[in-house]
Design a protein around this ligand. Structure first.
Ligand SMILES: *[C@@H]1O[C@H](CO)[C@@H](O)[C@H](O)[C@H]1NC(C)=O
Ligand SMILES: *[C@@H]1O[C@H](CO)[C@@H](O)[C@H](O)[C@H]1NC(C)=O
Ligand SMILES: *[C@@H]1O[C@H](CO)[C@@H](O)[C@H](O)[C@H]1NC(C)=O
Length: 397
């Protein structure tokens, strides 16, 4: 709600004083210490499940028809633009066990009734389909008819998303190999949930094919490379990356994450992860820290939610960009004070920071140049010590 108000120009965004946030400049910083007030009078329509028991996890709106889709625990809903229920589809609970593969179960495995928590809900506009992914069966996805979500067109036996109720997953569609920007892939970021024959091969970040012949398979693979990135096997049991938001802008795909500063015990920070759309090997995989610091020097270290949109004319001129350029709005929290910065648990204090994608690209460029000049390491000790530093300032799109 705040993000939507900003482009119109709030008092804070009109002040026009760019605040330097250490890593890169942000324009507006609004410190929030309130729960959003309920604007009961402004509510035009509501939808709630008649049983009132299902937790909603994701919501997407079809930009062409205005139809609304909701991914919940054990349910998917298709609503009209007026929020009237059209289809209520049960997705769980079902008999499952972490010892079953996506394909079958050894005969001696004891299965139990398990909830299916919606982990990703994405509209594929190219094929007019809805992709829904749930925690059951090692975290698999289905492709549904966007006009009727009961009509399942592909049930894909491939572990794609997190397999439990809490581990993070972010998925979005953007250009990717083999032929961007014509070809589209699904970018997926997933928290590692434990070693097993079935989960160990699920990458932290990957680009997955949307071709019907290789649906949700890693878009490009070679012997040791491909459109995927793993946290190395030594670190991943304890080094958890939480994926908060994902988006695409001008030839790159980005994820916002929270993670520890380095592989040893260290404070939690927020990061932007970036890969180039035309990179078949993820050589362009780069991370930069993102900071949101208030004028009194308080650091809001944990990103909680974000949105990429276009600025209104006031905000655009304050940021030195045009109204066609992308802007990232992100809400951050401080770590819970009783546990300090080593905690990924947010406190009740939060702040909104606004970044232009132009300044973000500049920061990536600066870091990559510094890396090339030989000063400073890539610092991604939890990924792969030998990963090369590759020039990815511009994508060859
Ligand atoms: C959706 O498709 C199912 C079968 O796939 C059908 O039974 C149902 O009537 C359809 N619902 C709507 C609203 O068209
Ligand atoms: C998720 O996968 C891990 C690794 O296989 C397993 O230990 C864990 O029990 C699974 N979680 C659920 C809820 O099935
Ligand atoms: C899901 O997996 C993550 C990572 O292993 C773990 O920290 C978390 O406790 C798990 N959640 C549940 C509900 O088991």
């Amino acid at each position: 709600m705040l993000a939507a108000r900003l482009p119109g120009g709030t008092a804070a965004s009109r002040r026009g004083e760019a605040v330097s946030a250490g890593r890169f400049a942000i324009l507006a910083l609004i410190v929030l210490n309130v729960v959003c007030p309920t604007l009961a009078g402004d509510v035009v329509r509501t939808f709630s499940d008649s049983t009132g028991t299902e937790k909603f996890n994701h919501l997407v709106v079809d930009k062409n028809t205005g139809r609304v889709f909701i991914g919940a625990v054990n349910r998917l809903y298709q609503l009209s633009p007026e929020l009237e229920l059209v289809i209520n589809e049960a997705t769980g609970p079902k008999e499952d066990s972490p010892e079953c593969s996506v394909l079958d179960c050894p005969p001696n495995v004891v299965k139990k009734l398990t909830d299916n928590v919606n982990k990703a809900l994405v509209i594929d506009y190219t094929t007019t389909r809805l992709i829904s992914c749930g925690s059951l069966f090692q975290g698999t996805c289905n492709v549904r008819n966007l006009h009727n979500i009961s009509d399942v067109q592909h049930e894909v036996k491939e572990a794609v998303v997190a397999n439990n109720s809490t581990a993070s997953t972010v998925a979005f569609i953007a250009p990717g190999p083999p032929n961007p920007p014509v070809s589209q892939v699904m970018y997926v970021g997933v928290t590692f949930t434990g070693n097993s024959p079935y989960r160990s091969e699920v990458p932290a970040v990957s680009s997955r094919s949307l071709d019907k012949d290789k649906m949700f398979m890693i878009a490009e693979t070679a012997v040791t490379t491909g459109t995927r990135m793993f946290v190395n096997s030594l670190a991943r049991e304890r080094y958890h990356i939480n994926y908060i938001y994902g988006f695409s802008s001008e030839g790159f795909s980005y994820f916002l994450t929270t993670q520890m500063r380095n592989a040893g015990p260290s404070p939690f920070i927020s990061k932007l992860v970036r890969v180039c759309h035309d990179d078949e090997n993820y050589y362009s995989y780069t991370e930069i820290p993102v900071e949101c610091i208030s004028e009194d020097g308080k650091t809001y270290n944990l990103v909680q939610a974000a949105y990429v949109g276009k600025p209104g004319s006031d905000l655009a001129s304050d940021l030195g960009i045009t109204a066609q350029d992308d802007v990232l709005f992100a809400v951050f929290s401080e770590s819970d004070q009783s546990e300090g910065e080593v905690s990924s648990k947010p406190s009740q204090y939060s702040a909104l920071c606004v970044y232009s994608l132009k300044s973000i690209r500049r920061k990536f460029m600066h870091n990559i140049r510094t890396c090339f000049a030989g000063s400073g390491s890539r610092g991604l000790d939890f990924i792969s010590p030998s990963h090369p530093c590759v020039l990815t300032i511009a994508c060859s799109l």
